[in-house]
Design a binder for this molecule. Structure first.
Ligand code: BEZ
Length: 211
């Protein structure tokens, strides 16, 4: 078995682990953790380019949620927004006794189109990085959309909803949670989408009729 694959399959079998959240995990933590640490990872770009058929949309009308794109791959794409050098989020320490339960919860909650990677996490208040597990919607997965026009994306978010609630709630919660992490943790891609959604909504174009 290749080293990376073995690492993924064996993670948390016996030991505690750290999980990095850059999307809903920031404001909706896993069911068990004994530490939550704000901080960032590098080498990725957060984008609202992942289809959600199970949480913020349905298979018939999929919504949009955050994913991470490897920075080297992002450099080959044509995007409307500049990347931030750091992806801010929250890391959770999962104690060994709760690993199986949390892993099962995550597989059910999040695995739709996402793959596991490991990456160094930099705590906001500590210089020593921590190895963290992170879920990423790789470009080859069918839920990955690639670059989106921000105005069309905002309109799509406004009209989408799924079993976990309105798509816009995910976006607004994410922005608020990010702003609460650090003075540096604002993400322009997220803030721009929020501003567009609020403007479209205030102009009456994001109402039920247009969904
Ligand atoms: C998160 O960081 O919230 C997350 C994103 C995608 C899959 C799992 C978790």
């Amino acid at each position: 078995m290749a080293g990376h694959q073995k690492e993924i399959e064996e993670f948390g079998n016996n030991d505690d682990f750290w999980l990095f959240g850059y999307g809903s995990l920031i404001w909706k933590p896993p069911p068990h953790f004994d530490q939550r640490v704000p901080g960032y990872i590098e080498g990725y770009v957060r984008r609202f380019w992942q289809v959600s058929e199970d949480h913020r949309g349905t298979p018939e009308a999929p919504g949009r949620v955050a994913t991470l794109i490897d920075r080297a791959h992002w450099d080959t794409l044509s995007d409307h927004h500049e990347p931030t050098e750091r992806v801010w989020g929250a890391a959770y320490h999962i104690p060994a006794a709760k690993v199986a339960e949390v892993r099962e919860y995550l597989d059910i909650r999040e695995i739709n189109g996402y793959s596991i990677q490991f990456t160094p996490f930099h705590p906001a208040l500590d210089s020593k990085p921590i190895k963290c597990l992170v879920y990423i919607g790789l470009p080859e997965n069918p839920q990955f959309l690639g670059p989106q026009d921000p105005e069309a994306l905002a309109k799509h978010i406004l009209k989408s909803k799924g079993p976990s609630g309105e798509n816009r709630e995910y976006l607004f919660n994410l922005e608020e949670a990010l702003l609460g992490l650090s003075e540096e943790s604002r993400d322009k891609h997220i803030s721009d989408l929020v501003a567009r959604c609020k403007k479209i909504d205030s102009e009456g174009a994001g109402t039920c009729e247009s969904r």
